[in-house]
Design a protein around this ligand. Structure first.
Ligand code: COI
Length: 331
């Protein structure tokens, strides 16, 4: 059996090597992501392991299938970049890694909220300029706030645990309710209720056609004045223009975003200088003291990366050997 693994970064190589040796399976490493230019490198392999940073187009998927590869294992959670028609048409079996480390995402999202609430970025800046004064940056306490968690899958639930530890009141919304949280009375019935009650809104939903730009002018208008927004889920959940308007008007007191609707080709790239970043809206956000931007790094921990690589390779091996795997994604 031979597997081709695309987009393998240096930090992933040792985990690929460990897995390949322990399983006695040949894994070809391709540093570039899977796309129309690199797809040919999959010829002669039985399965492909990939990760999300680019769309997997019909053209790419059709080519993979023409090489006899229909076992596709993502080493990330999200499947919103995949052409579902091409998957179905070619009879692909697709797996993801649904729980490489929910805590990694939850921890970053809470960290960024705490930085916003305690103005640590502002104090860092003031101190660098020799200013050690307190005022005017007097903070709010999380334990006095209501946190609204949108979506209570593994990551949302990991975030809830942390918020409870801080003593915050937590309310949640999801179409699929978790029985334990339900028993605790944590759910509100509608997003509007969550918007009306929450001082902090933290998004943990996958991107679907139903929630595209769910944070928009209309939903922001329903939120409390001075709301804080956190998005370490998917950029497509937030209409960036509406976010900017909400920040300009003061309706939104602060935002922490680890995902951004136009992040492809921008995040995880070194442009050499701030000016060279080719996205005016992103730069507008990055220049604000009450916005914290991180380039989709919530997943980027040693635990998560090891699990992403090794779980995905194991799933791909299972697909090749048996035609099925526990982490199969339905399209
Ligand atoms: C995911 O797992 O879906 C992520 O957002 C991580 C990223 C490497 C694509």
């Amino acid at each position: 059996m031979k597997i081709v693994a695309y987009g393998i970064r240096d930090d992933e190589r040792p985990y690929v090597a460990q897995w390949s040796e322990s399983q006695n399976v040949e894994v070809k490493i391709v540093s570039a992501l899977l796309d129309e230019d690199t797809v040919e490198q999959a010829k002669g392999y039985d399965g492909a392991v990939v990760y999300q940073q680019k769309p997997y187009t019909a053209a790419v998927l059709d080519k993979l299938a023409s090489y006899g590869i229909t076992a596709l294992s993502l080493r990330n959670v999200g499947v919103d970049n995949i052409d579902a028609d091409a998957i179905k048409r070619n009879g692909f079996k697709v797996t993801n890694v649904p729980a490489y480390s929910p805590a990694a995402i939850a921890e970053l999202s809470v960290t960024q909220l705490m930085r916003l609430l305690r103005y640590t970025n502002i104090f860092d800046k003031k101190q660098a300029a020799g200013n050690l004064k307190w005022a005017p940056d007097i903070a709010l306490e999380l334990n006095q706030m209501t946190v609204g968690v949108v979506a209570t899958g593994r990551i949302g639930r990991a975030a809830i645990q942390i918020y409870k530890g801080f003593g915050a009141k937590v309310i949640a919304y999801d179409v699929f309710r978790n029985p334990t949280l339900e028993a605790e009375g944590m759910y509100v019935d509608t997003l509007d209720e969550l918007y009306a009650q929450a001082d902090v809104i933290t998004l943990h939903a996958p991107a679907t056609k139903d929630n595209d730009r769910m944070i928009n002018d209309e939903s922001i208008a329903k939120m409390k004045d001075g709301v804080f927004l956190v998005n370490a889920a998917r950029g497509a959940l937030i209409d960036t223009d509406a976010l900017i308007k909400g920040l300009d008007s003061g309706k939104i007191a602060g935002a922490a975003i680890d995902t951004y609707e136009d992040e492809v080709g921008v995040f995880n790239t070194d442009f050499g200088s701030f000016d060279a970043i080719p996205d005016a809206r992103l730069k507008d956000l990055m220049l604000r003291d009450n916005v914290l931007v991180t380039p989709h790094i919530a997943f980027y921990t040693t635990t998560a990366v090891k699990n992403m690589v090794q779980f995905a390779l194991t799933s791909n091996k299972n697909l090749i050997e048996t035609g099925s795997d526990d982490s199969e994604v339905a399209f």
